[in-house]
Design a protein around this ligand. Structure first.
Ligand SMILES: Cc1ncc(C[n+]2csc(CCOP(=O)(O)OP(=O)(O)O)c2C)c(N)n1
Ligand SMILES: [Mg+2]
Length: 421
């Protein structure tokens, strides 16, 4: 039995912070999945991260302009989210927390629907049963409760015989996202007990972004959080959450195992919340700029960009590298496109969706950019149609409490029983 004081868990990392391809020993078993990725897949990962950062930046700015009540920035966590969401199959169900803007977008949820929630115009944002939303369940702000929702849903997959049949198009799994702070909630532990007991096809995806508002992860746990899964008999892996390839490969493996009837799996993705907890938070009150700067050096988008730019290719042992050695002069379509047109500096605060839009639409083999091309105008129209001109008037009937909740006149202050409890 492993002692909790023994060596650190083996970290799965494929790309170093500088973009070099340098798999750790724990990553070796995942390399066939990486080698199977096409250039188009790699570009898609990068594009996903860049686009969601642009949306995240715009939404943060909209909040600062008073157009949204609140925004929880996802900046810094793009690789963990993109890799894991791209690893899921269409029939899988995803249960986000409240910061999974990349996950939801990849599954088809309109990012404007999240903005409507944060603007107070919608309670849920989207319909998880609508096929266009890719089995993405709604954001959950009550910490950890979505892990139980996911486990319950996963139990239904077991009871309905939708896992372990061996048919990859039929078997399904659930993946639930939660944070280091949420990992201290009883709900998460109860979910793990039930998931293990009922052999639920579930991946517990913990994004350890180092902070639960102002509480550091060192306060949440005296051992690496990945070890919590071990206690329930759940095979668990720790990965570099700023490496989109590691996130993709491990999640893909775990989802495949879960779907095949292997029971639950768990991931601790080590990442960092680069922004504030939400726009109501001021992180300068509890953490230093040295820490922020050191994590900025490990930025997930910069890392993938450096890799795609070809600073360091796959090692000589890989099939990809052998292929490239045989064709040393051949440049990929992506490399040719890039040399003509470098990407915008997506990481800067001035990055806008329109710049990203024009860049992504010029990419070779790019999927339809119709949705992206309408994003910027739609964000603006949200502001214009429901912002300055149409102010939210608290005197509107729609914003009044139910009349039956008002204290009745002349009854000595006693309220009648409300029909809805
Ligand atoms: C049950 C519950 N308790 C407290 C809160 C208040 N709260 C909101 S976010 C948060 C911190 C969550 O940290 P973490 O799980 O690490 O997720 P992160 O915000 O870092 O993504 C807290 C305490 C809540 N929403 N729900
Ligand atoms: Mg956290």
């Amino acid at each position: 039995m492993e002692k909790v004081t023994s060596s650190e868990p083996a970290l799965v990392r494929i790309l170093e912070a500088d973009g070099s391809y340098a798999p750790t020993a724990a990553a070796e078993e995942y390399l066939p999945l990486i080698e199977a990725l096409t250039d188009a897949d790699l570009e898609q990962f990068y594009r996903d991260m860049v686009v969601i950062r642009a949306i995240d930046t715009q939404a943060t700015n909209l909040q600062r302009q008073g157009q949204l009540a609140l925004w929880p920035p996802s900046r810094g966590q793009e690789a963990a989210q993109v890799g894991s969401a791209r690893a899921a199959r269409a029939q899988d169900h995803l249960f986000p927390s409240y910061r999974e803007h990349a996950v939801t977008r990849i599954r088809g949820v309109d990012s404007v629907d999240i903005i409507r929630v944060m603007r107070g115009l919608s309670h849920g944002g989207w319909d998880p049963t609508d096929p266009k939303n890719g089995n993405t369940h709604i954001y959950t702000l009550v910490l950890g409760s979505q892990t139980l929702h996911a486990t319950g849903f996963g139990m239904s997959l077991v009871f309905d015989g939708k896992q372990g049949t061996g048919d990859p198009d039929h078997d399904a799994a659930v993946i639930v996202y939660y944070g280091d702070g949420a990992s201290s909630q009883g709900d998460v532990h109860e979910a793990m007990v039930f998931a293990a007991s009922y052999n639920v096809p579930q991946v517990f995806f913990l994004q350890n972004n180092q902070w639960a508002i102002s509480v550091p992860v060192s306060t949440q746990s005296k051992v690496p959080l990945v070890r919590r899964g071990y206690a329930y008999g759940i095979p668990s892996v720790q990965l570099d959450g700023n490496d989109v390839l590691a996130s993709y490969a491990v999640t893909r493996t775990q989802l495949d195992e879960a779907r095949a009837g292997g029971g639950p799996r768990a991931i601790e993705a080590i990442t960092y919340r680069q922004g504030a907890h939400t726009t109501s938070d001021d992180p300068t009150k509890y953490r230093g700029s040295d820490e922020e700067e050191s994590w900025a050096q490990r930025d997930p988008i910069t890392r993938m960009r450096a890799y795609l730019e070809g600073a360091v290719r796959h090692p000589t042992s890989s099939r990809r590298s052998r292929r490239r050695r045989r064709m040393p002069r051949r440049t990929s379509a992506h490399a040719r496109w890039r040399s003509r047109r470098p990407p915008p500096t997506a990481c800067s605060p001035t990055c806008t969706a329109s710049r990203i839009r024009s860049w992504t639409s010029s990419a070779p083999g790019s999927p339809s950019t119709r949705r992206r091309s309408t994003l910027r105008p739609r964000l603006l129209s949200l502001v214009e149609a429901q912002g300055p001109e149409v102010s939210i008037d608290p005197r509107d009937d729609a914003l009044q409490p139910c009349p039956q909740r008002r204290a009745p006149q002349g009854d000595g202050g006693r309220r009648p029983r409300h029909p809805h409890g």
